[in-house]
Ligand binder design. Structure first.
Ligand SMILES: Nc1ncnc2c1ncn2[C@@H]1O[C@H](COP(=O)(O)OP(=O)(O)O)[C@@H](O)[C@H]1O
Ligand SMILES: [Mg+2]
Length: 453
């Protein structure tokens, strides 16, 4: 279903600079959309047109098929439905406290006081800033300010959230936090639109990409296809995403195979052509024809690794104690990932699971889960890019745990299953969740361990 559409949109600033020209887009509900382009290509202007802040010179913006009107009542409605987060948080935040800032939108919608309070509390909790509610926003860090600005938009419960360069001026951890948050909103049904000149971000994050250059749209498509068009990217003054560049270079050297558009590190690793024959130390008692379990130790396949990651068939044993083996990368369950649902968190139980389950790698996703772990002194090996790093670790044979809550358990579960299906490498996946009857778990109960105490 199309949620936002534009037809022949054109806008010039009063000094006659044409900022956008002939923009025709159709945005599907529930998708993650990126507008990619160099500085000055027209992204911010387009975003101001999408929620009626600017009025087009020609053309129109349609929301759910209805053309935008520019009287103040219609504008209030569209701004409730299409929330815009500015590039610079200081342009957005102005109230004396975080609470008042977030409350501004809902209060202006004439909600009753209790509803305003409920919306603000929910939004602050969502972005993990409830504890800063009485602080002045201008004393916060860049990442915190961005989260306040996002909460201000969230408090109006918009259908579409538009974020102009959401990661500019954020450090990498702050940036990952914001992207986690956007993924969570999207998971619960919000349509998310961002602008960025970061091709890596657009490539790995978005469902659909629009490419802008010189006030015009010069390309669009799913990221796998759009970012393959190097000439078009050059025209827009952009480069290819790094993971694609690395992949093409490996492919040229015969080191990669079979995987056209790896987006994440696990996908890139999967695209590597596995060594077929190799020498390893022959463990005592081994004979030709036997199968060895190898793990990865200091970056090399080794029968002495405490973790089992792949099977290898012994073809030949050399008198000096080395063996030639044939690697079967896809033939064994390699390590595992246990998803622990923090909606039913209990402290001694989780420690017990980590110890009994021989878990050597723990990650947390989402503010709430990170805080729970922190408070109980659970050491977290990762707090950003958690799913991918857990997959990479499991591929080396280790057992990992991911702490997360809400809908993110399902999201993580599906991502890991996707990887298993794509790679043909069977990772053990477990879900620790007390709720009965969740359809996405039930569907997998034969192949996935589900724990309920
Ligand atoms: N307030 C303004 N007055 C005049 N020209 C502007 C103004 N804001 C942006 N522009 C011009 O409009 C074009 C598009 O800018 P913008 O929408 O900010 O692009 P982007 O967000 O992609 O960097 C640029 O040529 C820019 O110089
Ligand atoms: Mg801009």
């Amino acid at each position: 279903m199309t949620i936002i559409e534009t037809k022949g949109l054109k806008y010039s600033y009063p000094d006659r600079t044409v900022a956008v020209r002939d923009i025709n887009i159709k945005i599907e509900k529930g998708k993650k959309i990126a507008f990619v382009g160099q500085n000055g290509s027209g992204k911010s202007t387009l975003f101001l047109l999408l929620n009626g802040t600017l009025k087009p010179e020609t053309g129109e913006v349609l929301f759910h098929g209805k053309p935008l009107k520019y009287d103040s009542k219609s504008l209030r409605e569209i701004r409730k439905s299409v929330g815009l987060v500015f590039q610079n948080s200081d342009d957005q935040l102005f109230a004396p406290t975080v609470y008042q800032d977030v409350a501004f939108g809902p209060a202006n919608l004439d909600y009753p006081r209790e509803k305003v309070e409920a919306c603000v509390n929910r939004a602050l909790e969502c972005v993990g800033l409830s504890h800063l509610r009485d602080r002045p926003p201008h004393h916060l860090s860049g990442g915190q300010k961005k989260r306040v600005a996002i909460a201000g938009v969230m408090a109006m419960e918009p259908e579409v959230i538009v974020l102009d360069e959401p990661l500019s001026n954020l450090d990498p951890v702050g940036a990952d936090d914001i992207m986690d948050l956007l993924n969570e909103f999207n998971h619960f049904g919000s349509t998310i639109i961002i602008s960025t000149h970061d091709v890596d971000l657009a490539y790995r994050w978005s469902d659909y990409v629009y490419l802008m250059s010189n006030s015009e749209l010069i390309g669009e498509g799913v990221p796998e296809e759009l970012f393959r068009q190097t000439e078009l990217l050059k025209l827009a003054g952009l480069r290819q995403p790094s993971s694609l560049e690395v992949y093409h270079e490996l492919e040229r050297r015969g080191l990669a195979c079979g995987y056209q558009s790896p987006k994440t590190l696990p996908e890139l690793v999967n695209a590597l052509r596995p060594p077929e024959l190799m020498w390893v130390d022959a463990p005592p008692g081994i004979r030709e024809g036997d199968t060895l379990n190898l793990g990865i130790l200091y970056g090399e396949y080794s029968p002495n690794s405490p973790y089992e990651a792949v099977n290898a068939k012994v073809l030949h044993i050399h008198p000096e104690g080395k063996a030639i083996v044939e690697l079967k990368r896809r033939s064994i369950k390699a390590g595992g990932i246990l998803l622990y649902d923090t909606d039913s968190y209990s402290y001694p139980e989780i420690l017990h699971l980590i110890e009994e389950g021989d878990i050597t790698f723990v990650g947390a996703m989402g503010k709430k889960s990170k805080t729970l772990a922190e408070e109980d002194g659970i050491f977290l090996d990762v707090t950003t890019g958690v799913i991918d790093k857990s997959i990479l670790t499991a591929l080396c044979g280790k057992r990992c745990m991911i702490l997360t809550g809400g809908g993110m358990v399902e999201h993580a579960f599906k991502r890991i299953r996707e990887y298993v299906e794509m790679s043909g490498i069977e990772l053990n996946v477990g879900v620790f969740n007390k709720e009965e009857g969740l359809p996405w778990i039930e569907a997998f109960e034969d192949s996935v361990e589900v724990f309920r105490t």
